[in-house]
Design a protein around this ligand. Structure first.
Ligand code: C2E
Ligand code: MG
Ligand code: MG
Ligand code: MG
Length: 285
C-alpha cells in the first residue's frame, strides 16, 4: 500500500512505521517483565443496580504503570500480550488477584454475600487446554465460590470456536461461574447465541449507550435487546453509562445494571474498598 504513494509520503510513512515498530518491540520485552516487577495492577469499576443504586460487583481492568512511559492503556498493551501469548498468564493472574481480594471483601462486608468480580478473558483462552484446571486451582486456593466469579467474553469467541466454546461454557456452568457477553452489539450480535449458549448476562456496548441521548433508532435497538434478554432471563448491563438522561431511559426500559463514569471510573484497590464502605453505609440506613 505504501509503495503506491508518492516518494515523499512513502518515506514519512516508513519513518513513522519504524518508530511505531520500535515502540512495539520495546513494550513487548518490557511487558514480559512487568508482572514480576509489579508494574501491573488491577483496577475495579463498580457495576450498579439501576433501580436502587446498590453495588452488585466490580469489573477488573488491568493497568500498566510503565517506569518510563507512565500509564499505558489496555487498548495498547492487551494486543501485544495477545500477540506474544502473555495474555494467558496475565488474565489468570487477574482472576487470582480478583479472587484473593474478593475473599477479603467477603470478610469485611458479610452483608454483601452476592458481590461479584467480572474478569475479561481473551479469546485465546479458548485454545488453552489448561484453562479450566487453572481456574479450579484459583477457586480452590482462594476459597471463592464460582458463583461470585463472572467471566467476560466477546461474541467472536463463540463464532470462531463454537464447539470448544460450548464445552468450556458448560464447564463454567458446572462450577456456577457466570458468563457475560461483553461489547454486545458491536460484532455479529446474533441473538441466537443468547439461548444456544449458557450466558448469564450481556453488556451492551458503550457505543449504543452514548447514542441514547440523540439517536432514537438506536434507543429502539437497546430497548429490543433488553426486552429479549429479560424474556430469556439474562441480565443486562449498560456499559459506559455517563449521564442521568441515559440512566433515566435505561431505567424506563427495565435495564437492570449499569457501569460507567456516572457511578464511578475504574478504581485502584484502596478506592474500590472505600467505594464499598460508602455504598454500603448508604444502603444500610
Ligand atoms: P471492556 O472490557 O469493554 O472494558 C470497558 C472499558 O470502558 C474500560 O476501558 C473502561 O475503563 C471504559 N469505561 C468504563 N466506563 C466508561 C465510561 O463511562 N465512559 C467511557 N468513555 N469509558 C468507560 P479500559 O480499562 O481502557 O479497557 C479497555 C479494554 O481492554 C477492555 O474493554 C477489555 O477488552 C480490555 N482489557 C482490560 N483489562 C483486561 C484484562 O485483564 N484481560 C483482558 N483479556 N482484556 C482486558
Ligand atoms: Mg469487559
Ligand atoms: Mg465491554
Ligand atoms: Mg467495550
Amino acid at each position: 500500500r505504501a509503495k503506491r504513494r508518492s516518494r515523499g509520503a512513502y518515506e514519512i510513512f516508513d519513518a513513522s512505521m519504524h518508530t511505531h515498530a520500535l515502540r512495539q518491540l520495546q513494550l513487548e520485552s518490557d511487558l514480559q517483565r512487568a508482572v514480576e516487577r509489579q508494574e501491573l495492577s488491577v483496577y475495579y469499576q463498580p457495576i450498579m443496580a439501576l433501580d436502587d443504586r446498590h453495588i452488585q460487583g466490580f469489573e477488573t481492568l488491568l493497568r500498566w504503570h510503565h517506569p518510563e512511559q507512565g500509564m499505558i492503556a489496555p487498548g495498547e498493551f492487551i494486543p501485544i500480550a495477545e500477540e506474544t501469548g502473555l495474555i494467558i498468564d496475565l488474565d489468570l493472574w487477574v482472576v487470582e488477584e480478583a479472587c484473593r481480594q474478593l475473599k477479603i471483601w467477603n470478610q469485611i462486608f458479610p452483608m454483601l454475600p452476592a458481590l461479584t468480580v467480572s474478569v475479561n478473558l481473551s479469546g485465546q483462552q479458548f485454545s488453552y487446554p489448561e484453562l479450566i484446571s487453572r481456574i479450579d486451582q484459583v477457586l480452590d486456593g482462594s476459597g471463592i465460590s464460582g458463583s461470585q466469579l463472572k467471566l467476560e467474553i466477546t461474541e467472536g469467541v463463540l463464532i470462531e470456536n463454537t464447539e470448544v466454546a460450548a464445552t468450556i461454557l458448560r464447564q463454567f456452568q458446572d462450577r456456577n461461574i457466570q458468563v457475560c457477553l461483553d461489547d454486545f452489539g458491536t460484532g455479529y450480535s446474533s441473538l441466537s447465541y443468547l439461548h444456544r449458549f449458557p450466558i448469564d448476562s450481556i453488556k451492551i456496548d458503550q457505543s449504543f449507550i452514548t447514542l441514547l441521548e440523540t439517536d432514537l433508532e438506536k434507543s429502539e435497538i437497546v430497548k429490543a435487546i433488553v426486552n429479549l434478554a429479560l424474556n430469556l432471563g439474562i441480565n443486562v448491563v449498560a456499559e459506559g453509562l455517563e449521564t442521568p438522561k441515559q440512566l433515566a431511559y435505561l431505567r424506563s426500559i427495565k435495564c437492570q445494571s449499569g457501569q460507567g463514569y456516572l457511578f464511578s471510573p475504574p478504581l485502584d484497590l484502596a478506592a474500590a474498598s472505600e467505594f464499598l464502605y460508602q455504598n454500603n453505609s448508604v444502603h444500610s440506613v
